[in-house]
Design a protein around this ligand. Structure first.
Ligand code: ADP
Ligand code: 5GP
Length: 218
């Protein structure tokens, strides 16, 4: 179990921070900012059968696998959840996520609504879920084009799927509209800070408070 980041260290459970959004809304950008500024948060690196983009590194952004290897992992129960998104398979490896929970480390999951639903069912207490919305569909298209890492046909498929993904916004604990990036980032950080302070995640408070009550005020 990890300790709080405040100077007084209180034992607490780790949390599983799930970020979902339609493709292009800015979820990976927000996730990257969070990971760079919060050393207490680590990324769950997914397995995918999607081709690697030019900017991506195998083992850092994803574990890129063949369909055959993906099927083998799924059939051997090595995946905590899996889903087909835009015609490719994506999954969360089981072992690193379960180990993080046991150690009380916080983990970030950049996964779609289908994966979020599976994790919510398996680990309802540990999941904190945030849905990122674009400010408009027009801006979503612009961001997908600006990212310029996918072919036009792929962008069209992602826009078509965006509506289906957005339909699931109600299943999430929090919703952030990613208009101004700095503000969205600050909002997500506030959510993480507040969730870390939840009483039921901090069993160490029992010892802390009994120590307080035993202490002579002087
Ligand atoms: P996702 O992970 O949701 O598919 P990305 O994080 O890759 O989306 O963002 C898509 C594109 O939009 C990227 O080029 C990113 O730099 C840009 N972007 C992200 N957030 C904003 C924002 N608030 N305003 C303008 N552009 C943004
Ligand atoms: P991309 O191809 O743009 O990296 O991701 C496409 C979609 O797949 C995004 O919505 C992303 O969140 C989702 N995704 C990435 N990894 C996983 C995963 O492990 N499981 C599930 N269910 N979805 C994932």
């Amino acid at each position: 179990m990890s300790a709080d980041t405040s100077p007084i260290r209180i034992r607490r459970r780790g949390l599983m921070l799930v970020l979902s959004s339609p493709s292009g809304a800015g979820k990976s950008t927000i996730a990257r900012n969070l990971l760079e500024t919060d050393p207490g948060l680590e990324l769950s690196v997914s397995v995918t059968t999607r081709p690697r983009r030019g900017s991506e590194i195998d083992g850092v952004h994803y574990h890129f696998q063949t369909q055959r290897e993906f099927d083998r992992l799924r059939d051997s129960d090595a995946l905590l959840e899996w889903a087909e998104v835009h015609g490719n398979c994506y999954a969360t490896p089981r072992e690193p996520a379960e180990a993080a929970l046991v150690d009380g480390r916080d983990m970030l999951f950049d996964i779609d609504w289908q994966g979020a639903a599976q994790l919510r069912e398996k680990m309802p207490v540990d999941i904190v879920s945030i849905f990122i919305l674009p400010p408009s569909m027009r801006e979503l298209r612009e961001r997908l084009k600006r990212r310029a890492e996918d072919q036009d046909a792929v962008i069209d498929a992602r826009l078509k799927n965006a509506r289906d993904e957005i339909e699931h916004w109600r299943d999430y604990d929090y919703v952030v509209i990613n208009d101004d990036l700095d503000r969205s980032f600050a909002e997500v950080r506030s959510i993480v800070t507040a969730e870390r302070l939840r009483r039921d995640r901090r069993p160490g408070l029992f010892d802390f408070v009994s120590g307080l009550l035993d202490e002579k005020a002087g």
